[in-house]
Ligand binder design. Structure first.
Ligand SMILES: [Fe+2]
Length: 238
């Protein structure tokens, strides 16, 4: 299992607070055989989550040294909250793509809709960035609106589901929506979106894999949990 979405980098967002938290989450990842993890701290304009790619290098070194000892590879990125500033933030290097590739993890408002959301995605794509939209199943304004996600996919946006949704972690609607998205073959990755050891998200992996295999088959399951991830890390096309 490889995890494209995590808040393990300590002291920069609402995830791990101190190094001890990062270590505990990495220990739990190691116990279920997670091999590669992208660290995706929030970057939200005009909020307290504005730690830049440069700032993040300091805690990253500590986390990487610990992860190396467990045999886990960690990579740096951001989960960037979509706004009209997103291309400027990318060009100025304040936000990081995944492992310096063309792929950027982004999110949109959890409730309500963002104005001009498609044109912002278009601007990112035009700047040479492939956006990966985090947890499409969680946006309440788009529950049941499968066409919105089909259009994003047609534009070239990729989708990363949170696998805990499949086990009801975010409620019935998110679970239902994720099943629809999987059935329509719109998802390219699953990730944990882990923020804290208390969520026990990595412990869900064996159960999630069983469930995912039942829904999409073994081959697709391995694409969602392993191979597409490695393409992103290697900056290959998907
Ligand atoms: Fe997240």
């Amino acid at each position: 299992m490889n995890d494209l979405h995590s808040h393990i980098l300590f002291g920069v967002d609402d995830g791990a607070k101190v190094f001890e938290d990062s270590k505990a989450i990495l220990d739990s990842a190691s116990s279920v055989g997670v091999k590669n993890i992208v660290l995706t701290p929030h970057y939200i304009v005009d909020s307290r989550y504005m730690s830049t790619a440069n700032d993040n290098l300091v805690p990253f070194k500590q986390v990487k040294d610990y992860a190396d000892g467990l045999g886990i590879n960690v990579y740096l990125a951001n989960e960037v909250y979509l706004s009209k500033e997103v291309v400027d933030l990318y060009k100025s290097g304040k936000t990081a793509t995944i492992n310096n590739s063309r792929y950027m993890l982004v999110e949109i408002p959890m409730y309500g809709k963002l104005n001009n959301v498609k044109s912002i995605f278009f601007e990112l794509l035009s700047a040479g960035v492939v956006p990966i939209l985090a947890h499409p199943e969680r946006y309440t304004a788009y529950h049941g609106d499968i066409d919105f996600f089909k259009e994003l996919r047609q534009m070239g946006v990729l989708l990363q589901a949170n696998y805990p949704s499949l086990l009801g972690f975010y409620g019935k609607d998110a679970k239902k929506m994720l099943k629809k998205l999987l059935k329509a073959d719109l998802i390219s990755f699953v990730g944990s979106d882990v923020h804290s050891i208390n969520e026990h998200k990595y412990e869900l992996i064996p159960k999630m894999k069983q469930k995912l295999t039942k829904l999409v088959g073994k081959e697709k399951m391995s694409e969602l949990t392993e191979s597409n991830f490695m393409k992103v890390i290697g900056n290959e096309l998907i």
